[in-house]
Ligand binder design. Sequence first.
Ligand code: BGC
Length: 491
Amino acid sequence: MDEGLLQQGTELSQIPTYVTAVPNGTEKGLYMAVDLGGTNFRVCSIQLHGNTTFSLTQSKVAIPKELMVAKTSKELFSFLAKQIETFLKTHHEEHYTGHIRRRETGGAVKEEEIFNLGFTFSFPVNQIGINKGLLMRWTKGFDIADAVGKDVCALLQTEIDALGLPVRVAALVNDTVGTLMARSYTSPGKTGTLLGAIFGTGTNGAYVEKLDKVTKLTKSKDSGDYDKSTGEMIVNTEWGSFDNSLRTLPNTPYDIELDEKSVNPGIQMFEKRVSGMFLGEILRLAIIGLLKDPTFPLFRDENSAQNDIHSTTQIYDNSPIYKQWGIDTSFLSICAGDTSPGHRMVRQTLDKDYGITAVSAEDAEAVRAIAAAIGRRAARLAAVAIAGIVINTGRLDAAKGTATTEQKAGIDPPRGDADLAEEDVIDVGVDGSLVEFYPNFEDHIREALREIEGIGAKGEKRIRIGIAKDGSGVGAALIALVAGRVAVDTE
Ligand code: BGC
């Protein structure tokens, strides 16, 4: 972490985000946000009520696969601008038609007519201003060569302008930063949130760092403008690339094969063990590995008598388990959630979705065991990332709390923070399909936190983890709010 704050080009990118404060829930106004994540593109407008609550209107489309690997970035960004246009026509029709009419009749465009938009762009971007950032690399299966090195805000603004929409891209926001902002706006109590983390299609975290530690920004001559008064800056770690050189990450034959066949071999090595895009594929490769091993009896009943449902297991030739990405990570959640005798859900899903029929209870149990190991490993690695930030920011020492390192796992301390003084709480906002849908993901994280030297059982209790649902929408709006103020003040 420290190395990344000093210099460029490190495994943990530690990107300064130009966001220097977290909100406190009193912010107000109507803003827009768009979110290009891994799987979907969301457009929303957010009314902040100023009392920690907000109303959100949104539309969501799946990003067409061919646009993720389009020949030119224009294809992707013009598609995004079109979605913004459709959203405005549907949900802010008066505003939209009023603006278009005035433009057509040569009327002046009023400042208050322009929506400030927060652009959540969930890929590593070298940020050089609040609404300026150059794409470093694609992740999560995207691959559009000509966008790398370009300012993604300018790419979007160009397409918005081509459609004549009343929208200014006011802020560029990583989804983790949005999650941090949203959690800070909505979380109980006055304590600001320390960390926003995503465990979804990809994984990453952004946290509040002391500005004077971010020397690669403060000592650089060509850094853009930012507010220095808070003494803090939110830093986007890009922890998905932690330990790309594999000094310490676990590395199984399935991890190796997954990486070799990915669009970005050798990078995002932490992400490839933790996030939703990859866990299903690790399971698939493990199952295929077992099927290739003649000594292993998985799905290989010789006759129906060997199978508790008296029918021989069969794998169809066109089963998705033979295709890359064929198993969805949601199947791991099904496995973890199915504690029924004989694992009916697991067997049904293997039959209906994966073309493997008449699976025995024993085989279903084997699949469950592998899936559970993959899910648990992901959660435990997630805990490492969270713990790294808690420890390195010195938050455990800062407050009154008396966390010690000698407390180890074994005891199951009560969850939650009911007895904690407000200043002892270390607040973490999380979002993403894994934390939301993988059963007990947080419990696995907590179990590992207790075992980590420097956190221990007491430290773990002080860490409050809360879902910041739709964080990237409202968080981006909050940043657009601050950025919009600055833009108007300086115009
Ligand atoms: C990206 C991050 C993003 C994370 C979660 C990763 O692949 O590099 O920028 O925050 O996914 O969406």
